[in-house]
Design a binder for this molecule. Structure first.
Ligand SMILES: [Zn+2]
Length: 451
């Protein structure tokens, strides 16, 4: 039986047709054979099908002799945290992030919360789960144990280490959990922080009465925007369902592109570190990040897009922080994993300590490096388009890179054009040096070339 629920980085599929308790059990058995852990921590998001899938997964692990610790309902980053903070040999969270309610999935890590993806074990897990040829459970040999563990207090304590609470101002902050899991963490943080939280779509609800928990959908931004305006808030935050990504709005209720948040967080980390600290970023948009990192005494390191690549590069470079424009932010002190809580805490600390609003901080950067936003185009032959675009600009380009798709730099503008792994789509990002109309005209020129 082929299992279509295995993707490049994780498991995701419709329940029950692609992912069900039988498949979850097999994945538990297969993970145990591939990773060979003694102990694994499991948890699940707030989806209605998550507890049953988590139990089947745990049964598979235990039948393979693995001791399972269950931390209950959690966000993806809480499994990362439990795995590294408690020294488990591996961790698995049952979650489908921002997908519709009839979906579910799993994300896997090994010891120290190192990612497991296609070339680092996921394909082996898939093959074993598909073959479903596991040895009978040896009743003589002891089956793995199951215990429950509450690591939430330790997780909250860890989150608070990223800010100096005594320097925080009583900001008014709109928080929109999208009826996913972020609300619970906000409630746990609240007694420790001077902020006034305005909570919308706060209660976890796997029926997703306000739509799928995906803040990138324009229709999902409206309630956050309305609440910021109504309450004259200083900041708005929206999370996806498993809150490994957070999306920020300024006091003008303007959605802030993730690219500019990467620059802000890089600056925050460089302020705390001696010169030479390393910051990893993706190749799609780079100039703002590189400019901030270099002018603050750091070293900018470009990595291929994708969490497994960024984490690996950060480990290799001993980088303090890594950021992707897609709202994935990675932290050395968080075992190089991504968090949707640490970024907004750092931004709130920056606003508090510098007395400069998010809007003002970002405005200067938007002006210095205006961007197109990521533009997706469905085309018949993406590879041919990349080749012809490269030929078109080859003579004029200062640099050409193929770290991730095609990046070309000119004196006053640059772009990245890359293919989707899964569909006949190309994704374009254009930026310029302080010249909005140049960015627009080059964006339109590229779009015309592609059509
Ligand atoms: Zn997510």
């Amino acid at each position: 039986m082929l299992l279509n629920c295995f993707k490049a980085y994780d498991v995701r599929g419709q329940v029950p047709s692609e992912l069900n308790e039988d498949v979850a059990y097999r994945i538990g058995r297969a993970y145990a054979e591939v990773v060979e852990p003694r102990t694994v921590v499991v948890g699940c998001d707030i989806r209605l099908t998550s507890p049953a899938l988590k139990q089947a997964l745990s049964n598979g692990l235990r039948d393979a002799g693995v001791d399972v610790t269950d931390i209950g309902v959690c966000g993806t980053e809480q499994i990362y945290h439990a795995t590294f903070a408690k020294g488990f040999d591996g961790g698995i969270v049952v979650t489908a992030s921002h997908n519709p309610k009839d979906y579910n999935g799993m994300k896997f890590v090994r010891e120290q919360s190192k990612p497991i993806s296609g070339d680092t074990g996921l394909l082996d897990i898939k093959a074993l789960a598909e073959a479903n040829n596991f040895p009978a459970v040896d009743q003589q040999k002891k089956r793995g144990s199951l215990q429950l563990l509450d690591v939430e207090p330790e997780y909250v304590e860890h989150l608070l280490t990223y800010v100096d609470v005594s320097k925080l101002q009583p900001l008014k902050i709109v928080v929109n959990a999208g009826n996913g899991g972020a609300g619970r963490v906000i409630d746990l943080l609240e007694p420790h922080l001077p902020f006034e939280f305005i909570k919308i779509q706060h209660e976890p609800d796997g029926h997703f009465p306000n739509g799928v928990p995906n803040p990138l959908l324009v229709e999902n931004r409206a309630p956050t925007i309305a609440a910021i305006e109504k309450h004259q808030a200083d900041l708005g935050i929206a999370w996806d369902g498993d809150f490994d990504r957070c999306f920020l709005f300024d006091a003008n209720a303007r959605f802030i592109e993730g690219y500019y948040i990467v620059g802000m967080l890089a600056q925050a980390f460089l302020a705390k570190h001696d010169g030479g600290a390393r910051i990893v970023h993706d190749p799609r948009l780079t100039w703002n990040t590189v400019d901030i990192v270099e002018s603050n005494g750091g070293v900018a390191v470009q990595s291929k897009t994708g969490h497994a690549f960024i984490k690996e590069r950060m480990r290799k470079e001993d980088a303090v922080y890594g950021g992707e424009m897609s709202a994935h932010h990675y932290f050395k002190d968080f075992a190089y994993c991504d968090s949707g809580m640490i970024p907004w805490l750092l931004v709130a600390a920056l606003i508090s300590e510098q007395g400069v609003s998010l809007a003002e901080q970002v405005d200067a950067r938007i002006e210095a490096f205006p961007v197109s936003g990521e533009i997706n185009r469905r085309i018949d032959d993406p590879a041919a388009v990349l080749t012809s675009v490269e030929q078109h600009y080859a003579a004029a380009a200062k640099t050409v890179e193929h770290v991730d798709g095609l990046s070309m730099e000119f004196e006053q503008w640059r772009f990245n054009l890359r293919m989707s792994n899964t569909e006949p789509v190309v994704r374009l990002n254009v930026e310029s040096r302080a010249d909005y109309s140049l960015m627009e005209s080059k964006r339109d020129e590229l779009l015309a070339l592609m059509s």
